[in-house]
Design a protein around this ligand. Structure first.
Ligand code: A2P
Length: 270
């Protein structure tokens, strides 16, 4: 069974998925996605810029898992001009009729110009949900002011060291679910002494502690790995809870200086 949150379009997004940023197209990517699906992951996060959509699609199709049980995300590459045309190409590469979530990868050229094209991709049935990534609170509000369909998700870099409380609060206040990429700091945070201490005290690994922390903050999380044992390890975070002292110690690792503490005040969301 999966832990999920409900998006503004009514869809359920799993709290944990596999990210495939920097995974080479071909067997490496196909294997990682296949292992993840076998282990129980039901959210796969790719992007046009990752150039591995066809491998992701092959792994999904050969898994035998019904398409509707998998939550598939891709992202519009904002160097190109037309989100609708690019969505058509993405679903063709993925070999699927639709994606569950289509995000503007980053706000290149300004936050709003691509949004009408994202809405057309949604209306055309190519994307069940649409959203943004790497948008600041101000950029998100620009989109919200002019949109017919509101962004369902803002995917951001997020970890105890990049603990962007004000941004997550802005998302939550607007009904936008925040999603965390690079929850392990692309691997850099795994050897932090505080993270290591909490890991040994809870009988978990540093990766599990960092992923669990982000889940307890209410974010859907997409750690990346191409190793089977790590893909398994990272999924094994739904059966334990970090206690308040561990959460505070991790919170204190923040280097962003964003002060408001509504995330902590909201308390448990799950
Ligand atoms: P690899 O893909 O070789 O397994 P992030 O999700 O923050 O971007 O971090 C991804 C990085 O962390 C990758 O280099 C990945 O390496 C590594 N990684 C992912 N899971 C684990 C784990 N459980 N233990 C150690 N390293 C991990």
């Amino acid at each position: 069974s999966q832990l999920t949150r409900t998006l503004s379009n009514g869809a359920e997004i799993p709290m944990l998925g596999l990210g495939v940023w920097q995974v080479e197209d071909g067997p490496e990517c196909e294997r990682a996605v296949a292992w993840a699906l076998e282990r129980g992951y039901r959210l796969i996060d790719t992007a046009q810029a990752y150039r591995n959509e066809s491998s992701v699609g092959r792994a999904i199709r050969s898994s035998g898992i019904p398409r509707e049980e998998i939550f598939l995300t891709t992202k519009f590459y904002p160097g190109s001009q037309d989100p609708l045309a690019e969505a058509e190409k993405s679903v063709e590469r993925l070999g699927t009729e639709y994606v569950d979530l289509y995000l503007i990868h980053w706000p290149q050229g300004g936050p709003t110009w691509a949004w009408p094209g994202m809405e057309r991709a949604s209306e055309a049935g190519l994307a069940r949900g649409i959203g943004v990534s790497n948008f600041s609170a101000a950029e998100l509000h620009e989109v919200l002011k002019t949109s017919q369909i509101q962004p369902a998700v803002n995917q951001i870099q997020f970890s105890p060291f990049e603990y962007r409380r004000a941004l997550v609060d802005a998302c939550e206040d607007a009904g936008v679910v925040a999603q965390a990429y690079s929850p392990l700091g692309t691997g850099r945070h795994l050897r932090d002494p505080v993270v290591e201490r909490i890991a040994s005290a809870t009988g978990r690994t540093p990766a599990q502690v960092l992923i669990r922390w982000a889940i307890q903050k209410g974010l859907s999380v997409v750690p990346k790995s191409t190793h089977r044992e790590r893909i398994d390890e990272n999924f094994n975070v739904l059966d334990f809870e970090l206690d308040a002292a561990s959460v505070s110690a991790l919170d204190a690792l923040d280097t962003t200086g964003q002060t408001p503490d509504a995330l902590s005040r909201r308390g448990k969301w799950w």
